[in-house]
Design a protein around this ligand. Sequence first.
Ligand SMILES: Cc1cc2nc3c(=O)[nH]c(=O)nc-3n(C[C@H](O)[C@H](O)[C@H](O)COP(=O)(O)OP(=O)(O)OC[C@H]3O[C@@H](n4cnc5c(N)ncnc54)[C@H](O)[C@@H]3O)c2cc1C
Length: 612
Amino acid sequence: MPEFIADIRDIKFALIEQAGVEKLFSLPKYKELDLDTINAILDEAYKFAKNQMGPMNALGDSPGAQYDPETKKVTLPDSFKETYKLFCENGWLALAHNPEYGGQGMPYSLTLAANDFFFGSCLSFCLNALLTTGAGHLVETFGSDDLKRIYLEKMYTGEWGGTMCLTEAGAGSDVGACRTKAKQDGDHYLIEGEKIFISSGDQDMTANICHAVLARIEGAPEGTKGLSLFLVPKFRVNADGSLGQPNDVYCSGIEHKMGIHGSPTCTLIFGEENKCQGFLLGEANKGMRAMFQMMNEARISVGLQGAALSNAAYQLALAYTRDRVQGSNLLTGKQANIIDHPDVRQMLMWQKAYSEGCRALLLRTAMFYDLSESAESEEERARYHGYLELLTPVCKSYASDMGFKSTELSVQTMGGYGYLTEYGVEQLMRDTKIASIYEGTNGIQALDLMGRKMPAKGGMNFQSLMQMMMQLGGENADHPILKDDIKLLGDALNALITAALHFASVGKEQPIQAILNATPYLDLFGQVVVGWLLMEQAVIAFPKLGAIAKDKGVDVADLKAMAKLCNDNEEAKFYAGKVKVAQFYARRSLPICAAKAEILKSGDLSPLEIPL
Ligand SMILES: Cc1cc2nc3c(=O)[nH]c(=O)nc-3n(C[C@H](O)[C@H](O)[C@H](O)COP(=O)(O)OP(=O)(O)OC[C@H]3O[C@@H](n4cnc5c(N)ncnc54)[C@H](O)[C@@H]3O)c2cc1C
């Protein structure tokens, strides 16, 4: 298995130079933070991912997690357990969480940047840790003081694990069809039912597992309006925080699946002996609203899974193409490394554009999250919250779809070797696929964008985001080298806006138009937003490239001299790559947006008319 490689320069660029993490340092919450600390944390995260996690990735694929039907227990590879201990001791688990309960209190955007390394190096390991802090955050927001005192620190420090339990055999996308029951019994509830597909529903890394479970209290209404949220521990907990009896919840099996084999996907049986105690989180019948906190956090994280794995696969493909000798160079006639072949270069460019563009989308959205929590005025917090709401389904879906597409291109780029286990990219492709399915399928995300997020606040969030995006074009309409590409971005933005206006006007009278077109609309949205972010990167990079050239006495108009500069100077090469990939995407992807908008507006209903 090849060594994990990440482009740490690109992660720092997206977080520091583009998303502007420095903005946070003036806020009271982050007044102790500075750029040296941010850089040091990212350097350490990369080291941990490379040295500790990357070498486990193959084990995460095979043998992965194992289930013993005799003991009804799941075991993970030994190296997962050792690494988990170090991961928690080093404070990586709850980097952005409340220091009062053992978290590190860092910005969410920094956590996401660190997770880019962790997910890319061994996703299945990370999935075993990921949901713990989300479940802990539910306890922090919705739990009683007693629950917080007993559970929270143990969860944020990783001593106990956490899960989210929504799915049942009859309740997948339709969470409201949930049949798990809850019956009040003194100060707690008795839970009874079966949940399926529960990530890390059982594992042997932590002493206890705290399940966040959606269930219906006896007599509650049907649908999501009758769901309540409960904290259900695997082992009961005594008042002093020590572990008590098993809590009548067990794993009856794990799924065999395409990827993420090191993340056990469990069927959990609650209350077979009518002794499974659950503790209400928040108010009765408001469980779905509470669970949305965890789902929204997880959705951004799932988008990052797509971006991180596609970046990891791209790095492997890039390294491979530099070494692999095959055929001859069309221009020189000399023996070629495959990176010299135009078709291979084009595949690499798409991978770079999707991977780095989606990374920028994720980190910018995470910055909106930080600002929505901590910006000084309420007005600003509301504005950033609006962007966060709008972009969450786009992050989840577009980054997972493009992540899969990009890892598939990495396999193709490496030819037969890409198809072999030993070269690593086929596992990344298989591991990425799940991101478009769980945490609400991408089809459900598209409906959320079209039906809820676009019309929210009378469309003001969308308008405000579009204004911010248009500002880049307005300020750079005469850019010395990017002006034509910026015009292409402007045309793509107009296409997105006309499609949005179309659905705003026909949506009420012909909702089927909006429903049928939700997925291609989200795809168009993601395509344009990524085009904007790549262009913004180019605008930032161009003067920096110019400054390096000036410093080295190179004329930027002299293409040969610039090529040599990029060969000799890593920073120049990086910034030149940023300019070129934005131009590539603007010229080869953005012109398609107008045609896509026309299709969306066409009124075509053929998928509904064809007998299948
Ligand atoms: C590896 C793995 C890990 C998972 N981890 C967890 C976990 O930790 N916790 C948890 O609770 N769940 C988990 N899940 C479950 C996951 O969230 C569901 O599989 C997912 O939400 C889809 O539900 P479903 O599989 O029943 O598909 P279905 O709901 O049957 O959907 C099938 C297809 O129909 C489409 N569809 C369904 N309804 C609609 C609709 N109303 N409008 C338009 N299209 C629709 C979907 O988009 C999809 O394409 C996991 C699943 C897997 C495979």
